[in-house]
Design a protein around this ligand. Structure first.
Ligand SMILES: Cc1cc2nc3c(=O)[nH]c(=O)nc-3n(C[C@H](O)[C@H](O)[C@H](O)COP(=O)(O)OP(=O)(O)OC[C@H]3O[C@@H](n4cnc5c(N)ncnc54)[C@H](O)[C@@H]3O)c2cc1C
Length: 309
């Protein structure tokens, strides 16, 4: 069966049987924070585990690729789009419960909601996440972090819906956490996680949240869309300093610009294409490599087809 027919058949089946909503040919520019990118063939909102089972079985039956879309704050999707299924987690994956110092939350819960819950309950350790615009699922996959904190420090267990349609609870030691990375994608889709926090002083927690948020506003280009830091920091020196040091700040391709405020951000000045951003990433990477001998590794997840020149 050809690709177009497989996608049409999959769409019809999902539309008939899923409880969550299904959309066809959705522009990713509206779904990701960098506000550019082509269409995803199918966008499916999975409200329940049954929806997830149907999605994975359908993808398998018609040999269609899929990925989970959190808040899209770490994604660059090709202008040609993605010929597969973007799975968004809906209602059943947004639930939160609290048991003393532990928060159990669905993977679609936003980090900002979690930070608020922690603050209201005088729980420490989530202050670092203030201003990271992701979901719990995306943050765990990326082992998101800031200000010396990161997800792997606070997660206790993660419940995964495996690629083989089984629910599995994994301990943090099994999740291959490293700097802005984990082995979670090889297991499947995170549906919920347990975070283990420590009791703290509510005023101090508020103070830190406000301080971290102010610092972000001072140092990061909030005025334009972006996907956050483009490259991972290296062990000796931050990627931003390396990029600034070789004079890339302000470099532009089309409407994609290396931020003049923070060199590790590429901002969309309005009409940037995903190709503009991709080419700029490659040019910056090459310049740093030629002048400093360091090959910067992208932190951004790049999806779909891009041409290397
Ligand atoms: C302005 C700005 C500031 C940022 N600051 C920081 C920062 O300080 N520190 C930092 O670490 N990051 C930062 N980021 C990057 C980004 O916000 C984080 O990486 C975030 O955790 C990504 O979450 P998300 O829900 O948007 O994931 P997405 O971008 O939607 O997805 C990221 C990856 O996770 C996968 N994924 C998402 N959910 C699931 C799931 N439930 N199960 C399995 N796979 C899943 C996706 O398929 C994809 O591979 C920033 C981004 C922006 C735009």
């Amino acid at each position: 069966m050809n690709e177009a027919r497989a996608l049409e058949k999959a769409y019809l089946r999902l539309n008939r049987e899923m409880s969550g909503r299904i959309y066809r040919n959705v522009s990713m520019a509206k779904q990701v924070t960098v506000r550019t990118g082509g269409p995803v063939a199918i966008l499916a909102v999975a409200n329940t585990i049954s929806d997830l089972r149907l999605l994975l079985q359908t993808a398998d039956r018609y040999r269609i690729p899929y990925f989970v879309l959190g808040k899209g704050s770490n994604l660059l999707v090709s202008d040609k789009g993605y010929k597969g299924i973007a799975i968004e987690l809906g209602s059943d994956f947004k639930k939160i419960s609290l048991d003393r110092h532990c928060i159990q939350a669905g993977a679609a819960t936003s980090l900002s909601t979690l930070a608020q819950v922690a603050w209201k309950n005088s729980l420490n350790n989530l202050t670092f996440s203030v201003g990271i615009p992701g979901t719990l699922g995306g943050a765990l996959v990326m082992n998101a972090g800031a200000h010396d904190g990161c997800m792997s420090n606070i997660v206790s267990t993660v419940t995964i819906y495996t690629h083989n349609c089984e629910l599995q609870i994994l301990n943090k030691t099994e999740l291959g956490f490293g700097y802005r990375t984990s082995s979670i994608p090889s297991y499947g889709i995170i549906v919920e996680a347990m975070l283990k926090l420590e009791p703290g002083n509510q005023n101090r927690i508020r103070f830190l949240m406000e301080r971290y948020f102010r610092k972000r506003k001072e140092t990061q280009p909030f005025e334009h869309p972006s996907a956050g830091c483009v490259f991972k920091n290296t062990s000796g020196i931050s990627a931003g300093k390396l990029i600034d040091g070789v004079g890339c700040k302000g470099w532009r391709i089309g409407d994609a610009e290396v931020s003049t405020k923070h060199a590790n951000f590429i901002v969309n000045l309005g009409g940037a294409t995903a190709t503009d951003i991709y080419k700029l990433i490659k040019e910056v990477q090459l310049k740093v490599y030629r002048e400093k001998g360091v090959l910067l590794e992208p932190e951004i997840n790049i999806l779909g087809e891009f041409k290397d020149e």
